[in-house]
Design a protein around this ligand. Structure first.
Ligand SMILES: [Zn+2]
Length: 362
C-alpha cells in the first residue's frame, strides 16, 4: 500500500496510536482530554490535540475529525497525512499561522462504530441553547417508529409503510423530519441531547484556550456519508451571514454549498459544532466549513444508521446480527479502498492549504 493509505487506521485505538506517534516524531506536545468511558476493545478514549506552526500567531486554523464518531476513520487519516506532510509544514511555517489538529472529537462513537456519542447524541445537533424550551422538529415523532421497527432487518410491511410516509410527507419534509435534530426521543436518530455533552465541553475548552486571543479563525470539520463517492462537498459552517459565506467562498471556492440557500446535500441543521466559535471566540473573524466526503448512496447510509440505533435498543441481539449491523455502519462511513483514501486525503490537503494561504500573516 502507498504512503497515504497507511495513514488510515483499522480501528480507533490504532488511529489514536498513529496520531500520537506522528506527533511525538515531530516533537509536538499533545493535549489530551480523557473520556470517562472505555472503548470497544477496553482501550482508553480521548480527544487529542496538537498545535502546528507559529503558536502565538494572530490566525488559527482548526481541523477536527470524528465529530460523528465512526466518520473519524476518514478525518483521522487526513490528519495523519498532514502530520506526515513535510512540505505542508514548511508552508504553514512560511504563512506564519497556527494549525490546531483535534483528533476524535467523539472518541466513543469512533471506537464503538457509532455516529452518535455515549449519550446517543448527534454532536452536530448538540451545540444549541438548551434554555430555549421551544420544542423542535415535532415531525420526528411521526417517523420514529417507522425508522426503528420491532424487527431488524426491516420487514416488507415496514418498507412499504416508509414508502407511503414519504409519499404523504414529500421527500424533503421526510428527510427534514428524520435528520433535522430532535429531542423528543432519547433513543432515536439525530438526537440533540438535553445538555452540552462531554465532547461539546471538550471542544469549548480547546477553543477558549487556543482561540481566545486570535484575530482570525478558520475551521475545517471533516465528515463522511453524504454525496458522491470520494467527492468532498464543501458545506458552509457558520451563522447565516452573507459576509461570512462570501469569505468562505473566497477561501475554498464557488462550490461552497450553503444549506441556508437550500443548495447543500445536507438539510439545514441547528446546533452544529462550528457555531460554538461565536460564544468562545467572539473577538475572532470566523470562517468555517464542513468537508463532507461521499461514500455509498444515501438510502444505504440511512439504513445503516437505523440498524445501529436498532442495535443500541436491542443489546441482546445475536452476534451474527450485531456483526452485520456494525459492518454496515463502518461501510457507510468509511471506504477501505486506495482510490477513495487518495481522493479524500488529496482534497483535505488542498482545503487546508487554501485556508493557510488565506490566513497567512507573512
Ligand atoms: Zn458527519
Amino acid at each position: 500500500m502507498d504512503k497515504t493509505g497507511n495513514c488510515f487506521a483499522a480501528n480507533y485505538a490504532e488511529a489514536r496510536a498513529g496520531f500520537l506517534a506522528a506527533a511525538k516524531g515531530l516533537g509536538l506536545d499533545v493535549e489530551t482530554a480523557l473520556n470517562p468511558l472505555k472503548g470497544a476493545q477496553g482501550e482508553e478514549l480521548a480527544t487529542d490535540a496538537v498545535l502546528l506552526g507559529e503558536a502565538e500567531a494572530a490566525s488559527l486554523l482548526i481541523v477536527t475529525s470524528g465529530t460523528h464518531g465512526v466518520e473519524g476513520f476518514c478525518g483521522s487519516g487526513c490528519q495523519r497525512a498532514l502530520l506526515d506532510d513535510e512540505d505542508m509544514h514548511r508552508r504553514i511555517e512560511a504563512a506564519g499561522v497556527a494549525v490546531l489538529l483535534v483528533h476524535a472529537v467523539n472518541p466513543y462513537g469512533f471506537s464503538h462504530l457509532r455516529r452518535v456519542n455515549e449519550d446517543n447524541v448527534d454532536m452536530n445537533r448538540n451545540f444549541r441553547d438548551f434554555a430555549d424550551a421551544k420544542e423542535l422538529n415535532l415531525a420526528y415523532a411521526q417517523v420514529h417508529d417507522l425508522l426503528l421497527p420491532a424487527e431488524w432487518p426491516p420487514t416488507e410491511a415496514n418498507r412499504a409503510a416508509i414508502v407511503e410516509c414519504i409519499k404523504q410527507m414529500g421527500m424533503a419534509a421526510f428527510q427534514a423530519a428524520v435528520s433535522a435534530g430532535q429531542r423528543s426521543h432519547k433513543d432515536g436518530l439525530f438526537y440533540c441531547g438535553n445538555a452540552p455533552t462531554w465532547s461539546n465541553r471538550t471542544i469549548r475548552a480547546l477553543l477558549s484556550k487556543h482561540g481566545a486571543a486570535r484575530k482570525r479563525i478558520g475551521w475545517i470539520d471533516i465528515h463522511t456519508g453524504l454525496g458522491p463517492y470520494g467527492h468532498g462537498e464543501k458545506i458552509f459552517a457558520g451563522a447565516n451571514d452573507a459576509a461570512e459565506l462570501a469569505r468562505s467562498r473566497a477561501w475554498w471556492g464557488a462550490d461552497i454549498m450553503s444549506y441556508y440557500e437550500g443548495k447543500s446535500a445536507s438539510i439545514e441543521v441547528q446546533g452544529s459544532m462550528v457555531m460554538s466559535i461565536y460564544a468562545e471566540c467572539p473577538q475572532a473573524e470566523a470562517t468555517g466549513m464542513g468537508l463532507e466526503f461521499g461514500t455509498i448512496p444515501f438510502d444505504a447510509v440511512l439504513a445503516a444508521l437505523r440498524g445501529d440505533h436498532w442495535l443500541a435498543i436491542h443489546p441482546d441481539a445475536d452476534a451474527a446480527k450485531r456483526g452485520a449491523i456494525k459492518r454496515a455502519i463502518l461501510d457507510a462511513f468509511f471506504i477501505d479502498a486506495d482510490d477513495w483514501k487518495g481522493m479524500v486525503a488529496g482534497q483535505a490537503r488542498v482545503s487546508v492549504l487554501q485556508a493557510v494561504v488565506a490566513l497567512a500573516e507573512k
